[in-house]
Design a protein. Structure first.
Length: 364
């Protein structure tokens, strides 16, 4: 059995607790940490978790006293890297909610510490585990599209003032960034996974209707892959009055696929020149209807991470530290392009969300 601890019990932590319940035959929930115990009670209630778990308000004390094997970090984004480094330095395998860090230096340092200590580092990009996304990636690997023309990704969601008031860290450059870093990075991860290595990014971002946050509420980017294909990326929280869609298209010389739904959980179009499968059957088998935008991915993500621990790393994570860093790098490249007004070449040596301070004159 693997000794597990959770650090941070905000909005997304409910899915982590549900995943722990799912794998209680493989995980021992040994401790939970948050600055406020009320947050833990709220989280556990939403997850319908009734067992008593030792509570800590200091994550360092938890690590030193409990000595967990596996730590999941679901705090505000600005603390991900600091806590992740400490856990890795003290012998814990670490799974970090998105984004893995707020700057490239911290992300690469996390990877280096994990390698040095022979530990497993993963990122929470659970949409890779959607049945629809898995089926799309399978078709790409089988070269059913032929030559890829381009990918188009859209996150068209809503976040209002009440959302940002719920947690003061939201929307700030140091602790969160804007909608691209928080809400849209999952689709950015899928672009990275499907497009492959990125050569160059050019982007515009704006804060159009959220004057009470520092970050962007709209981002538009053109991405050039090193393989000659392109991607269009759109992310916004300006859709009235509620979340509309998260979509992903792949266009090739021999195939077209569209994933749709609130979180790319549905197959809307599936057309290939080889005609080797039934569109209706594919839609039936590979579409899901989750109750919220988080979908069912955390269950599969946890299974993947637990397998990596159980096999001493011989099972390779689908979303390891390197993969999570690529998604961060794309968002930071978009930010840098906005700041400089120029295309940005990758790899990005170093850039931080805090380098964007003052961009929209909304800094508090």
């Amino acid at each position: 059995m693997i000794k597990y601890a959770l650090i941070g019990t905000g909005r997304i932590a409910v899915n982590h607790v549900k995943a722990v319940k799912q794998y209680k035959d493989r995980l021992i929930f040994s401790a939970v940490c948050d600055l406020d115990e009320k947050n833990v009670k709220t989280c556990f209630s939403k997850a319908e978790y009734t067992e008593h778990i030792p509570f800590y308000s200091d994550y360092k004390q938890l690590i030193n006293e409990i000595k967990p094997d596996f730590v999941a970090i679901a705090t505000d984004s600005g603390k991900h890297a600091e806590i992740g480094k400490y856990c890795l330095e003290h012998g814990c395998h670490v799974l970090i909610e998105k984004p893995i860090a707020m700057n490239m230096h911290d992300a690469r340092e996390l990877i280096d510490i994990a390698k040095k200590n022979n530990l497993i580092l993963g990122g929470c990009h659970q949409n890779r585990f959607n049945k629809s996304v898995q089926k799309l990636h399978e078709a790409l690997v089988e070269n059913r599209f032929g030559k890829i023309s381009h990918i188009a990704a859209h996150v068209r969601w809503n976040r209002n003032e009440d959302y940002y008031k719920q947690a003061p860290w939201r929307g700030k450059w140091a602790s969160d960034g804007g909608c691209l870093m928080n809400q849209c990075i999952h689709n950015a991860d899928l672009v990275c996974w499907l497009l492959g290595d990125i050569d160059e990014v050019f982007a515009y971002t704006n804060n159009a209707i959220h004057p009470y946050i520092e970050g962007e509420d709209l981002g538009l980017a053109l991405i050039k892959g090193k393989n000659g294909a392109y991607a269009l990326f759109e992310g916004t929280v300006n859709v009235y009055p509620r979340n509309l869609e998260e979509t992903l298209y792949v266009f090739g010389e021999k195939g077209t696929v569209k994933l749709a739904g609130k979180s790319v959980n549905l197959i809307a179009e599936w057309n290939f020149a080889d005609n080797k499968d039934s569109i209706d059957q594919i839609k039936k088998e590979s579409s899901e209807q989750p109750v919220n935008i988080y979908g069912f991915g955390h269950f599969r993500l946890y299974d993947d991470f637990i397998q990596a621990i159980e096999t001493n790393g011989t099972h390779h994570l689908l979303v390891d530290g390197e993969a999570a860093t690529k998604a961060l790098e794309l968002i930071l490249a978009i930010y840098k392009s906005k700041k400089t007004g120029l295309p940005v070449k990758l790899p990005l040596i170093n850039f931080a969300s805090t380098d964007m301070k003052g961009t929209f004159n909304n800094d508090k």
